[in-house]
Design a protein around this ligand. Structure first.
Ligand code: FES
Ligand code: MG
Length: 577
């Protein structure tokens, strides 16, 4: 191998493939059954391609094919690509919620990277939970890593109009319940919504996380927005394969890129794109793995003043295809360069300023100019108060402005079954000023903190034309959802947090400007209710669900498992035989 191809430090993979003894024989010989010639093991970088391909995760079903383009790039740059599968999390398919398994997948990713003889890894994924799980796992090993995302689907189409993943499902289903859409029309919209490979094409959690990956500096430019079917995504995969080989030689690791500043950029980006509330738990969890102190308060401190410039559903009008053709994420960064730390390092090996310097905006309707933002202050607001001592969040840009300051009487649902059984009952005592309160949907309670926080409104109010109400829970909501919805209340009800103590008719004040969430009962009354509160016995006594419930942290800590925080590095000191 020529000198310029040598890496800075001895390659890790040589501890597997460089030995001339029995162990080296074993590691090489069995790999050669795949047709790898001798020189594959002469000290060139071995690149893992960590693939969440699965036919059960429709947004990842094309990733076997995309991996082939990564491999071309790795070969071209003088590395050896080896693709491996990891657990895959299909957001729309898994019960009780894909979030229950994010941490499990992150363990699969981490242990697979560490146990095998690779020098760097390409993380190939895309869907709400696969992106964070792959980043979390890779951070805990800290070998050079770079992301290639699935890419969004083409715009949905129905009756000549664009329709958006998720966002229009919520709208259509309310329209059916309110008698404004027939069931037949509803069924027909289904096939038009998801009409190509790729991830949800609204600014839901998948698009949010792929854009934030770009903001964090963990992917090449344009990875966040390029449509899944666009040939340029295949070219991007090829270039990423070339780049990871260089990153191994440079020894450029996630911990070099994911500094506090990178996370601050991602928080700003989330406001600027009108991104998902789910980004809060995911960024907190990723930061925990890489050892960066990030707190819920950072979200409010850094993001609150940033304008939302991207006019995408659910906050706005357009879809991911439009965003990409308008210049994509790099064009947005260019527009907001005074707000971002443009010197932050990226996987490109250069700063954010450098990697976006050629970006241009081609459509001011989709990526708005600074003086015409979609929302002036678009960040996530972090609420505190006696109803959520460890915090709760709300996305003001997806809420009804008039409800951001609201006092109302609680209509309480003890769990999701209780909610489903009574929400459409004509007897339910509820008015447009009531506040819907849902318990038992936190990380431990459901378990897995599902996306049910944007609970649908009572049909008798929908029929009156009411479209939004204040809703409060310990759940999350889909990134494609909207409404005046207070989420991630911590501590959760199942742990006996104050949310557990709310009773029907209690008065609650939501004060987004003052960042407050207050239950109007006296401290004495609160203490008395607390003393009478009894925990329910969990129905999970074995397996992963038990491990999860025993160890999951609250939303304000990213809902990671307590023993997964931090990293163990890439060293494995013992041989297998
Ligand atoms: Fe996978 Fe939306 S369901 S991206
Ligand atoms: Mg989701």
């Amino acid at each position: 191998m020529s000198d310029e191809n040598k890496s800075k430090k001895p390659l890790r993979s040589q501890e597997w493939y460089g030995k001339l003894d029995k162990d080296g024989f074993i590691h090489r010989s069995w790999m050669k059954n795949q047709g790898l010639p001798d020189h594959s093991f002469d000290g060139r970088p071995i690149i893992g391609i960590c693939n969440s391909w699965s036919e059960l995760t429709p947004c990842n079903a094309h990733l076997r094919e995309l991996a082939e383009y990564v491999k071309r790039g790795v070969w071209e740059a003088g590395g050896v690509p080896l693709e491996f599968p990891v657990m895959s999390l299909g957001e729309t398919q898994m019960k009780p919620t894909a979030m229950l398994f994010r941490n499990l997948m992150s363990m699969d990713v981490e242990e697979s990277i560490r146990a095998y003889g690779m020098d760097g890894v390409v993380l190939l994924g895309g869907c709400d939970k696969t992106t964070p799980a792959q980043l979390m796992g890779a951070c805990s090993v800290d070998l050079p890593a770079i992301v290639v995302s699935s890419g969004p689907m083409l715009n949905g189409k129905y009756r000549g109009k664009d329709i958006g993943s998720g966002t229009d499902v919520w709208k259509f289903s309310e329209a059916v319940r309110g008698g404004k859409m027939s069931l037949d029309e509803f069924m027909r919209a289904e096939s038009g919504m998801s009409r190509s490979r790729g991830t949800c094409m609204t600014m839901g959690t998948a698009s949010t996380m792929s854009c934030l990956t770009e903001a964090l500096g963990m992917s090449l430019p344009e990875n966040g927005t390029l449509p899944a079917v666009d040939a340029r995504r295949q070219a991007l995969a090829h270039l990423t394969g070339m780049r990871i080989v260089e990153m191994v030689k440079e020894d450029l690791k996630p911990s070099d890129i994911l500094t506090k500043s990178a996370f601050e950029n991602a928080i700003r980006a989330n406001a600027a794109i009108g991104g998902s509330t789910n980004a809060v738990v995911h960024l907190l969890a990723i930061a925990g793995r890489v050892g960066v102190e990030l707190t819920l308060d950072d979200w409010d401190r850094i993001g609150a003043e940033i304008p939302c410039l991207v006019d995408l559903m659910p906050s706005g009008r357009f879809l991911m295809e439009d965003f990409h053709y308008a210049g994509g994420f790099p064009a947005l960064i260019q527009r907001l360069q005074d707000e971002f730390d443009m010197q932050a390092m990226t996987v490109s090996g250069s700063s954010l300023a450098d990697s976006t310097k050629e970006a241009e905006c081609f459509n001011d309707e989709v990526i708005r100019p600074l003086d015409k933002p979609l929302r002036k202050k678009a960040g996530i607001a972090v609420l505190k108060g006696n109803l959520c001592p460890q915090g709760a969040i709300i996305k003001p840009s997806a809420a009804t402005p008039a409800l951001l300051q609201h006092t109302g009487k609680a209509v309480v649902f003890e769990n999701i079954e209780d909610y489903k059984a009574r929400i459409d009952s004509p007897e339910l005592e509820v008015g447009k000023d009531s506040i819907l309160v849902l318990k038992g949907c936190g990380p431990k309670g459901y378990p897995g903190m599902p996306e049910v926080g944007n609970m649908a409104l009572p049909s008798k109010l929908l029929e009156q034309g009411i479209t939004d109400m204040v809703r409060i829970s310990d759940a999350r909501m889909s990134g494609t959802a909207f409404g005046t919805v207070v989420l991630h209340v911590a501590p959760e009800a199942t742990m006996g947090g104050p949310l557990a103590l709310v009773k029907n008719g209690d008065e609650i004040t939501l004060d987004v400007a003052g960042r407050g969430l207050h239950l109007h009962i006296s401290d004495e009354e609160m203490a008395e209710r607390q003393a009478n509160w009894q925990a329910q016995e969990s129905e999970y006594h074995r397996g992963y669900a038990k491990l999860y419930i025993d160890h999951v942290m609250q939303a304000d800590r990213g809902a990671d498992l307590d023993f997964l925080v931090g990293k163990s590095g890439s060293k494995v000191s013992r041989e297998s035989h």
